[in-house]
Design a protein around this ligand. Structure first.
Ligand SMILES: [Zn+2]
Length: 456
């Protein structure tokens, strides 16, 4: 096994990815988007290739280890393989270039790509089933100055996370946010920094909205459309065709939907049309933006459409932002009693939180020795493999925009820090405060909240 922290020495010394006669992992990779006969032919041909076992093991080990990304950097020196687990990259023992090349030939061939092309970007998708779970793996390869870089994104075919609670949203906030989503005559913004899980939260927010009594439609760019969401009818505009955003919006408007879902606000004309729908037809709209916090999201939307800023502020009802953090492993987290000074610093009233938790992180192998340098057995938690954390969750910031807040936004839109201060004075909870609440519930650690606040 490549992934995980083996105690055995050879794992640390760059063991080969596949042992000589090790059995192949029980999975197959099947290209998606290629006709069935062609796909079968490609699979049969690839099974004969020397790199086939390595190609399978890299994927199987990533899935077994709960990684959701694999990154392989090819350079003259060799190939460096990294797995991403709970948002953190871990480097695997070095892989020799010949084995890594052989695996890459398999991936490219099975996806109908050109193995000889090592510079231009190539993309493909394959499906796999491992331990009774279906996975979809996106593959991208492209030349970089040091050689070639290959990225795999591994997703469950049927998403595991289904509710806002699954994401880590506390109950009180769920009620508030659902009321916002199911409200009328307003604009809701869903946001997160890059790589902080915005697509997942967007999907779950829409899936959990009330779509049975109201018609939800989305207007999306055909070239990067979102996955389908039940009971949200998708309409697509396409650059260079008669299906311009304006034409599609007009077509959709005539169907008189209740809620417009706009992954992007597209352009000033569309913003104007949406504002009209909200103000004269009592419609609702939801959009999303990559932003560092709720205030940043508001400011980004306003500065993208300065001519409509005033009208946009009038219809804004709420903004959700989120950042991902790691969950403590329940099996090995260590309770400690916070000092009164610490509680005071965290703004927690005395006596409210008897325990906080730290992760259990075993010392590195070379330090697992006694005073005489003799090795000491160190038990490593089997559930989290000694990482101290298991899985991720989101910390949410939910900004409710009422008339007082609207006035403040109009006045302070160019001064985000003052805007944040004003919101705080009205009991708006920032990430830091929401994070401390999560620590008090024992689901994460203060270190993890510090990491989140420092933007690492
Ligand atoms: Zn553990």
């Amino acid at each position: 096994m490549v992934f995980g922290r083996k105690k055995k020495k050879e794992a640390d010394q760059g063991a080969a990815v596949v042992g000589g006669d090790a059995p192949l992992p029980a999975l197959e990779i099947k290209p998606i988007g290629i006709n069935k006969d062609e796909a079968t032919g490609l699979i049969i041909a690839c099974k004969q290739l020397p790199g086939y076992p390595i190609a399978l093991v890299l994927i199987a080990n990533a899935i077994s280890g709960r990684a959701d990304r694999i990154l392989i950097d090819y350079s003259a020196q060799g190939a460096v393989v990294r797995y991403r687990l709970d948002g953190m990259w871990e480097t695997l023992p070095a892989m020799d270039r010949a084995s890594a090349d052989a695996a890459l030939v398999v991936y490219k061939k099975i996806l109908g790509l050109n193995p000889a092309e090592r510079r231009a970007r190539q993309d493909g998708k394959f499906a796999t089933n491992f331990k009774d779970i279906d996975w979809v793996v996106s593959f991208t390869s492209m030349g970089v100055p040091s050689g070639e870089r290959v990225l795999f994104s591994i997703d469950r075919k049927k998403p595991l996370l289904k509710t806002l609670g699954d994401l880590g949203m506390r109950d009180g906030m769920q009620e508030q946010f659902k009321a916002m989503m199911n409200g009328h005559e307003g604009l809701i913004i869903i946001s997160a920094p890059a790589t902080h899980g915005l697509p997942t939260t967007w999907r779950i927010a829409l899936e959990n909205a009330d779509k049975f009594v109201r018609d939800w439609v989305s207007i999306e760019n055909k070239k990067d459309a979102d996955p389908e969401i039940i009971n949200v009818t998708q309409y697509f505009y396409e650059d260079g065709t008669a299906d311009t955003p304006e034409a599609v919006f007009e077509k959709v408007r005539l169907k008189q939907p209740d809620v417009f879902v706009l992954p992007s606000l597209i352009n000033g004309d569309i913003v104007e049309s949406v504002l009209n729908q909200i103000n004269t037809e009592h419609k609702h709209a939801v959009t999303r933006v990559v932003a560092n916090d709720a205030f940043d999201a508001v400011i980004q939307v306003l500065s993208a459409y300065p001519n409509h800023a005033k009208s946009l502020i009038k219809v804004m009802q709420g903004v959700l932002n989120q950042r991902l953090i790691r969950r403590l492993c329940d099996n090995c987290k260590q309770p400690y009693q916070p000092t009164p000074q610490l509680l005071q610093k965290l703004g927690i009233p005395a006596g409210r939180v008897p325990k906080l938790y730290n992760p259990t992180v075993p010392p590195p192998p070379e330090q697992r020795v006694d005073a005489k340098g003799n090795p000491v057995e160190f038990e490593i938690c089997k559930r989290c493999n000694g990482r101290g954390y298991l899985g991720r969750m989101a910390i949410f910031e939910l900004l409710t925009i009422d008339d007082t807040m609207r006035q403040a936004i109009a006045k302070l839109a160019s001064k985000p820090d003052e805007l944040r201060k004003f919101a705080k004075s009205r009991n708006h909870l920032s990430f830091q405060e929401e994070g401390i609440l999560a620590c008090a519930l024992g689901v994460t650690s203060l270190q993890e909240i510090q990491r989140l606040m420092s933007g690492k």
